[in-house]
Design a protein around this ligand. Structure first.
Ligand code: 2P0
Length: 321
């Protein structure tokens, strides 16, 4: 093996129609279809090169269990693809990890894209998406930028939503807490599936949400997409809060932000919220209103970070010489 190192930058994504629940734990098969947008400036940068001591090594700030999860994934991916040789994987996020900002999505997408590039496999994107899914369900969507859909099925993969022109929307990430979350998405999904009385309702209504959100995007109807996305997000969190034992990912600032968004909407500014498995809130804004929306949060000092970015997130792949 004598391959040049590769550098991958993959972006996090946020689902407007959420993936929550699996039908197969090992293969990470989502129980429901999902629809996401790539977040241009929340990125994982990963460099893959040949490891000097022939074993896979991981360089970066990881907890023991995270390191194990990533190294197991790399080993499984190489076996699956029929390639061998120790890899050195250097990886870093430019945003807080494991706190509901989708670091596993960008992280596993970067590794899947990196392994394909390092071994010059030239796999079709849909197969790289499947490979990323085996690391983390949401990572399947971070193989692309823009609006991305992910289906269910026996070996599903994500695909970009083809739009005649890109829909330019801003994303305002409001960070309320930078601590790693106490309950992982995987554990929370399993708990929800096993114990929430609302889980079956979640499954029953998801297809309709997914189809209506797709229509809203094609029709470029901001308020239609806003209503469906917010409802879908709150439905997901309701199943989590009604699991047994229950879990609340939100903190008081999360709730304050939701009330403030409702007030801003009443003023006619085009904004809606979504929240993943954590306390952070992402606001989707029409760019003509972003500055005014941002001003409405100026006095909320318990927001620790405000990141203004946009829908995008196309991965960048570079071969280093
Ligand atoms: C999503 N989330 O669609 C949903 C909404 C969080 C809330 O996918 O178990 O890290 O690794 O497949 O992808 C976060 O869960 O879970 C997630 P695994 P993942 O983005």
């Amino acid at each position: 093996m004598k391959n040049a190192p590769v550098k991958i930058s993959a972006a996090a994504n946020v689902a407007l129609i959420k993936y929550w629940g699996k039908t197969d734990l090992e293969k990470n098969i989502p129980a429901v279809a999902s629809l996401s947008i790539g977040i241009e400036d929340l990125r994982t940068e990963t460099i893959i090169s040949e490891s000097k001591d022939k074993t896979d090594t991981l360089v970066g700030r990881f907890k023991k269990y995270e390191k194990k999860r990533i190294l197991n994934y790399v080993s499984m991916a190489k076996k699956l693809l029929g390639v061998s040789g120790g890899l050195k994987i250097e990886t870093a996020n430019n945003f807080p990890s494991s706190s509901g900002l989708a670091s596993s999505a960008s992280g596993f997408a970067a590794i899947a894209l990196g392994i394909d590039e390092f071994f010059a496999l030239d796999l079709p994107r849909k197969d790289i998406s499947r490979l990323a899914r085996l690391g983390s369900g949401s990572a399947a969507r971070s193989i692309y930028g823009g609006f991305v859909q992910m289906d269910t099925g026996t070996d599903p993969f994500a695909a970009p939503l083809k739009l005649e022109d890109p829909w330019l929307l801003d994303i305002l990430v409001l960070v309320t807490e930078e601590q790693p979350k106490k309950l992982s998405s995987t554990d929370s999904m399993n708990l929800t599936k096993g114990t929430s009385p609302f889980y079956s309702a979640w499954l029953d209504t998801q297809e309709n949400d997914f189809l209506r959100a797709k229509d809203a995007i094609i029709e470029r109807d901001f308020w239609k997409l806003a209503r469906i996305s917010e409802h879908n997000c709150l439905k997901m969190h309701s199943t989590i809060m009604t699991a047994n034992p229950p879990h609340i990912y939100w903190n008081p600032t999360t709730v304050k932000i939701l009330h403030q968004v409702q007030k801003i909407q009443e003023k006619g500014l085009q904004v809606f919220f979504t929240i993943d498995a954590g306390p952070q809130v992402k606001l989707i804004c029409d760019p003509s209103d972003t500055q005014l929306i941002l001003e409405q949060f100026e006095s909320m000092h318990d927001i620790s970070k405000k990141i203004v970015t946009k829908v995008g997130g196309e991965p960048r792949i570079e071969r280093l010489t």
